[in-house]
Design a protein around this ligand. Structure first.
Ligand SMILES: [Fe+2]
Ligand SMILES: [Fe+2]
Length: 195
Protein backbone atom coordinates (compact mmCIF):
# COMPACT_ATOMS: atom_id res chain seq x y z
CA UNK A 1 0.00 0.00 0.00
CA UNK A 2 1.21 3.49 -0.84
CA UNK A 3 1.89 5.52 2.27
CA UNK A 4 -0.29 8.61 2.06
CA UNK A 5 -0.47 10.74 5.20
CA UNK A 6 -2.41 13.43 3.30
CA UNK A 7 -5.14 10.91 2.50
CA UNK A 8 -5.27 10.05 6.19
CA UNK A 9 -5.93 13.69 7.08
CA UNK A 10 -8.69 13.82 4.48
CA UNK A 11 -10.29 10.68 5.93
CA UNK A 12 -10.26 12.38 9.32
CA UNK A 13 -11.98 15.37 7.75
CA UNK A 14 -14.90 13.12 6.78
CA UNK A 15 -15.29 11.98 10.40
CA UNK A 16 -15.10 15.57 11.70
CA UNK A 17 -17.72 16.71 9.16
CA UNK A 18 -20.01 13.95 10.37
CA UNK A 19 -19.53 15.12 13.95
CA UNK A 20 -20.56 18.63 12.83
CA UNK A 21 -23.74 17.20 11.25
CA UNK A 22 -24.61 15.35 14.47
CA UNK A 23 -23.91 18.41 16.59
CA UNK A 24 -26.31 20.46 14.49
CA UNK A 25 -28.97 17.78 14.68
CA UNK A 26 -28.71 17.61 18.47
CA UNK A 27 -29.18 21.38 18.62
CA UNK A 28 -32.11 21.27 16.20
CA UNK A 29 -33.81 18.62 18.30
CA UNK A 30 -33.25 20.64 21.44
CA UNK A 31 -34.77 23.75 19.88
CA UNK A 32 -37.79 21.85 18.54
CA UNK A 33 -38.58 19.57 21.46
CA UNK A 34 -36.68 21.08 24.35
CA UNK A 35 -34.98 17.75 24.88
CA UNK A 36 -31.24 17.58 24.91
CA UNK A 37 -29.07 14.55 25.57
CA UNK A 38 -26.33 16.24 27.53
CA UNK A 39 -24.20 13.09 27.63
CA UNK A 40 -24.14 12.75 23.84
CA UNK A 41 -23.35 16.44 23.59
CA UNK A 42 -20.48 16.07 26.06
CA UNK A 43 -19.14 13.08 24.14
CA UNK A 44 -19.15 15.12 20.95
CA UNK A 45 -17.31 18.00 22.60
CA UNK A 46 -14.79 15.50 23.92
CA UNK A 47 -14.43 14.13 20.37
CA UNK A 48 -13.79 17.62 19.02
CA UNK A 49 -11.21 18.38 21.70
CA UNK A 50 -9.36 15.09 21.36
CA UNK A 51 -9.82 13.67 17.87
CA UNK A 52 -10.31 16.89 15.92
CA UNK A 53 -8.03 19.19 17.87
CA UNK A 54 -5.32 17.24 19.71
CA UNK A 55 -4.95 14.52 17.11
CA UNK A 56 -5.94 15.98 13.73
CA UNK A 57 -4.87 19.58 14.28
CA UNK A 58 -1.90 18.19 16.19
CA UNK A 59 -0.73 16.45 13.02
CA UNK A 60 -1.28 19.59 10.97
CA UNK A 61 0.28 22.07 13.39
CA UNK A 62 2.99 19.82 14.75
CA UNK A 63 4.05 18.00 11.61
CA UNK A 64 2.57 18.96 8.23
CA UNK A 65 2.53 22.76 8.42
CA UNK A 66 6.07 23.13 9.83
CA UNK A 67 7.39 20.73 7.23
CA UNK A 68 5.66 22.69 4.46
CA UNK A 69 7.23 25.87 5.84
CA UNK A 70 10.62 24.13 5.75
CA UNK A 71 9.91 23.39 2.11
CA UNK A 72 9.48 27.09 1.43
CA UNK A 73 5.73 27.62 1.81
CA UNK A 74 5.36 30.94 3.66
CA UNK A 75 3.89 30.75 7.15
CA UNK A 76 2.55 34.28 7.47
CA UNK A 77 0.25 35.84 4.92
CA UNK A 78 -0.49 32.57 3.16
CA UNK A 79 -2.84 29.61 3.53
CA UNK A 80 -0.89 28.14 6.48
CA UNK A 81 -1.30 31.34 8.49
CA UNK A 82 -5.01 31.33 7.75
CA UNK A 83 -5.36 27.68 8.77
CA UNK A 84 -3.60 28.32 12.10
CA UNK A 85 -5.85 31.28 12.80
CA UNK A 86 -8.93 29.21 12.06
CA UNK A 87 -7.78 26.44 14.42
CA UNK A 88 -7.70 29.08 17.16
CA UNK A 89 -11.13 30.47 16.27
CA UNK A 90 -12.46 26.91 16.42
CA UNK A 91 -10.92 26.40 19.86
CA UNK A 92 -12.71 29.49 21.10
CA UNK A 93 -16.07 28.15 19.86
CA UNK A 94 -15.42 24.79 21.54
CA UNK A 95 -14.58 26.56 24.79
CA UNK A 96 -17.96 28.31 24.59
CA UNK A 97 -19.67 24.96 23.96
CA UNK A 98 -18.08 23.51 27.11
CA UNK A 99 -19.13 26.57 29.06
CA UNK A 100 -22.72 26.17 27.83
CA UNK A 101 -22.78 22.50 28.85
CA UNK A 102 -21.67 23.49 32.35
CA UNK A 103 -24.46 26.08 32.46
CA UNK A 104 -27.05 23.55 31.25
CA UNK A 105 -26.02 21.13 34.00
CA UNK A 106 -26.53 23.95 36.52
CA UNK A 107 -29.86 24.97 34.99
CA UNK A 108 -28.49 28.43 34.27
CA UNK A 109 -30.42 30.78 32.07
CA UNK A 110 -29.15 31.57 28.57
CA UNK A 111 -27.27 28.31 28.25
CA UNK A 112 -29.10 27.12 25.13
CA UNK A 113 -28.52 30.42 23.37
CA UNK A 114 -24.83 30.30 24.15
CA UNK A 115 -24.68 26.71 22.94
CA UNK A 116 -26.61 27.50 19.79
CA UNK A 117 -24.28 30.34 18.83
CA UNK A 118 -21.14 28.33 19.60
CA UNK A 119 -22.35 25.33 17.57
CA UNK A 120 -23.27 27.56 14.63
CA UNK A 121 -19.88 29.26 14.75
CA UNK A 122 -18.01 25.97 15.01
CA UNK A 123 -19.86 24.04 12.30
CA UNK A 124 -19.68 26.93 9.85
CA UNK A 125 -15.98 27.44 10.51
CA UNK A 126 -14.91 23.81 10.43
CA UNK A 127 -16.73 22.93 7.19
CA UNK A 128 -15.23 25.94 5.49
CA UNK A 129 -11.80 25.20 6.94
CA UNK A 130 -11.86 21.57 5.84
CA UNK A 131 -12.95 22.57 2.36
CA UNK A 132 -9.96 24.93 2.06
CA UNK A 133 -7.50 22.32 3.25
CA UNK A 134 -8.91 19.65 0.95
CA UNK A 135 -8.96 21.87 -2.10
CA UNK A 136 -6.00 24.22 -1.65
CA UNK A 137 -3.50 23.29 1.05
CA UNK A 138 -3.39 19.52 0.71
CA UNK A 139 -3.02 19.50 -3.09
CA UNK A 140 -0.13 21.92 -2.53
CA UNK A 141 1.40 19.52 0.01
CA UNK A 142 1.08 16.61 -2.40
CA UNK A 143 3.19 18.46 -4.94
CA UNK A 144 6.15 19.20 -2.69
CA UNK A 145 7.00 15.83 -1.15
CA UNK A 146 8.75 12.82 -2.54
CA UNK A 147 8.03 9.26 -1.45
CA UNK A 148 10.56 9.12 1.38
CA UNK A 149 9.40 12.48 2.77
CA UNK A 150 5.83 11.19 2.81
CA UNK A 151 6.97 8.13 4.73
CA UNK A 152 8.72 10.37 7.27
CA UNK A 153 5.55 12.48 7.70
CA UNK A 154 3.50 9.32 8.19
CA UNK A 155 5.92 8.18 10.91
CA UNK A 156 5.55 11.46 12.70
CA UNK A 157 1.75 11.27 12.40
CA UNK A 158 1.98 7.85 14.02
CA UNK A 159 3.89 9.42 16.90
CA UNK A 160 1.06 11.93 17.42
CA UNK A 161 -1.40 9.03 17.50
CA UNK A 162 0.90 7.14 19.85
CA UNK A 163 0.90 9.97 22.36
CA UNK A 164 -2.89 9.79 22.42
CA UNK A 165 -2.83 6.14 23.37
CA UNK A 166 -3.50 2.78 21.81
CA UNK A 167 -6.95 2.43 20.26
CA UNK A 168 -8.03 6.00 21.06
CA UNK A 169 -8.41 6.98 17.41
CA UNK A 170 -10.63 3.93 16.77
CA UNK A 171 -12.66 4.60 19.90
CA UNK A 172 -13.60 8.06 18.63
CA UNK A 173 -14.42 6.80 15.13
CA UNK A 174 -16.71 4.25 16.75
CA UNK A 175 -18.41 7.01 18.79
CA UNK A 176 -19.19 9.02 15.65
CA UNK A 177 -20.42 5.87 13.92
CA UNK A 178 -22.82 5.17 16.80
CA UNK A 179 -24.06 8.76 17.07
CA UNK A 180 -24.55 8.91 13.28
CA UNK A 181 -26.93 6.01 13.44
CA UNK A 182 -28.75 7.51 16.42
CA UNK A 183 -29.08 11.08 15.13
CA UNK A 184 -28.75 10.95 11.35
CA UNK A 185 -30.42 7.59 10.89
CA UNK A 186 -27.53 6.28 8.86
CA UNK A 187 -23.83 5.95 8.75
CA UNK A 188 -23.23 7.21 5.26
CA UNK A 189 -19.67 7.62 4.19
CA UNK A 190 -16.68 5.47 4.75
CA UNK A 191 -14.37 5.37 7.67
CA UNK A 192 -10.91 3.95 7.04
CA UNK A 193 -8.87 2.21 9.62
CA UNK A 194 -5.18 2.73 9.37
CA UNK A 195 -3.85 -0.07 11.46
FE1 LIG B 1 -6.79 22.38 9.90
FE1 LIG C 1 -7.66 19.48 8.76
Amino acid sequence: MMIDPIEQLMDEHRVIERAADILERILDNAKKSGELDINDLSSLIDFIKTFADKCHHGKEEGVLFPSMVEKGVPKEGGPIGVMLEEHDIGRDAVKRMSEAVKMIRNNEEGALNLLDKAVMDYTYLIRNHIQKEDSILFPMARNIYNESELIRIQERFNEVEGRLGEGVHEKYEELIHKLSIKYLGSDSGKIHHHK
